[in-house]
Design a protein around this ligand. Structure first.
Ligand code: ADP
Length: 261
């Protein structure tokens, strides 16, 4: 009772009697606080690129600029616009994942197809600056939503590229461990200090905000991955050594896996 917040209300009841209503509003207050924090976080994330964009527009309106300057400013404005677009798109994805019914058990997606999509995405992003290897240790079908599964694995692999310096290695594999299906993404990147690991799937949680923004991150990727996994009955496991690299494993339960080796 100590930790609970109770709302007491007295109502007239019958003749000369009072009714005391006791409502536990702990949960309502907690949800309301989360909602307020979320609105504040989103506003903050949108305010920054918007301010930069407006700054450039004002400069272009008020100063005579060379063709070269104009083109550079337009590029920078475009980047800010893209940033806001990614943010809104990730927010919509999250809202959809939170709202909709769990994915079907009668649609089966091949692990190889997910690896292929992921490979294309990371190769394009890395543009030859990393050594990327793909291992299909096992082949299986996974029951669920194809685009969600592809986006979850790709999100993790895209992070591996973003947080690994040029010349580093990224290994993406699919394997079966005790009947569970595991997509594993291993990188030789900057690694994650131990105290941050448990918070990484919170919305907008970043270890280094400026690095995340520089590389086009919205701070919502791992939150999306966590939702996709929990909708598929799976979970995310993160191992990392600061300065050496990380291993992200997306684990899917045996009920959603059909081995086709
Ligand atoms: P972001 O858009 O910032 O990448 P994410 O939710 O995808 O957002 O990731 C949250 C944070 O986790 C990142 O900002 C980064 O600090 C950290 N992170 C994610 N993946 C890696 C990785 N492979 N290596 C190091 N840090 C990572």
């Amino acid at each position: 009772i100590d930790e609970k917040k109770l709302m007491l209300q007295l109502h007239p009841y019958d003749e000369g009697r009072l009714l005391l209503l006791v409502n536990d509003i702990t949960q309502i207050e907690r949800i309301e606080k989360m909602r307020r924090n979320f609105v504040a976080d989103v506003s903050h994330e949108i305010r920054t690129p918007l301010a930069v964009l407006n700054g450039f527009i004002e400069t272009m309106q008020n100063l005579p600029l060379s063709e070269e300057e104009r083109s550079r400013y337009l590029d920078l404005m475009y980047q800010q616009g893209r940033r806001m677009q990614s943010l809104v798109s990730d927010l919509l994805t999250l809202a959809r994942l939170e709202d909709s019914t769990p994915p079907p058990m009668d649609q089966w997606i091949a692990s190889d197809a997910i690896l292929d999509h992921t490979k294309n995405t990371v190769q394009e992003l890395s543009a030859g600056h990393h050594t990327i290897t793909i291992h299909a240790d096992a082949k299986a079908l996974i029951a669920g939503n194809e685009s969600e599964l592809i986006s979850a694995v790709a999100n993790i692999a895209v992070n591996a590229v973003r947080y690994t310096k040029e010349g580093g290695c990224i290994e993406i594999s699919f394997l079966l461990v005790d009947g569970e299906g595991v997509f594993r993404v291993k990188d030789t990147g900057q690694g994650i200090p131990a105290q941050h690991i448990k918070n990484l799937t919170q919305r907008f949680y970043r270890i280094d905000k400026s690095r995340s923004r520089e590389t086009g991150g919205t701070g919502l990727g791992l939150s999306i991955v966590k939702h996709v996994l929990s909708r598929h009955g799976g979970h995310l496991d993160i191992e990392s050594v600061e300065g050496k690299g990380s291993i992200f494993s997306l684990l899917f339960p045996s009920q959603r896996i059909k081995n086709i080796n």
